[in-house]
Design a protein around this ligand. Sequence first.
Ligand code: ZN
Length: 320
Amino acid sequence: MEQPISGIHHVTAIASDPQRNLDFYTEVLGLRLVKRTVNFDDPGTYHLYFGDEVGTPGSVLTFFPWPMAVRGSSGVGQVEVTSFSIPENSLNYWERRLLSAGMPAERGKRFDEEVLTFIDPDGLKLELVSHPQRAGAIQPWKDASVPAEHAIRGFYSVTLCEQGYESTVDVLETMGFREAGQQGNRFRFDVGEGGPGARVDILCASEASYGNVAVGIVHHVAWRVVDDDSQKSWRRRLVNRHLNVTPVIDRCYFHSIYFREPGGVLFELATDRPGFAIDEPSGKLGEALKLPSWLEPSRKRIEQVLPPIELHKPAKRAEA
Ligand code: ZN
């Protein structure tokens, strides 16, 4: 019997300029660059991973920066918004901080929780959801310019924009999700222990048009499986539901399978291990370009193609 899917593992989106992407997530949002590598399926493109101090599953937002690409459009079959968790009294802090970075945010309320909505420099829609502290495994980045008491505590949820409902819910239920609330056309589901980080909202938008994946749009959502055996077992279960699931693919820092849920969003199931310290010391995460062994022979050519980027380690500051 497989272990339950325990929540969001990572979210991957498309950016444009890698330096601007790096600066925003490390300096404004206070996430740590935990891996500087390439898209293994397209090694001329960076793959940048931002997360907590060690890249704990559930904290990691990753990007494929495509410098020359056009903006995508959001719509049906896509992740509408990616939401992070922040402490209960941090909303004012973040509102000021985003404003001073030139990113005005909008306040809202949903299911009794306060929400700050904004877009990143490439138009990616993000939220910070404030709620009482949970005893989580997230370790805020120690060198961040965001004070620890306001630090982002990993993901809160992802919201999928869907034309329909039943077929996606059917797959979610196969994956162990259960209903956790409804507000208007928003249907909330929890998995594993549930709550922040183990949550997906379906926004039913029957009139909306289909979006397209390009800059500022989420490419896929990965869900956590504890180990390889569990992943195999989940794979069998999904294949039995007639989903077209890839074989297990070695992503170095985790092992992955992919399938498209019936509403159109690309899902991944990724293992918690081995994690980001497998190819560099945890004190030096993100400082050097890391390549998987099979791309190491092409390192010279890859380094020539990639635009140079520089990680500015922000000095610790007390204020926004
Ligand atoms: Zn992924």
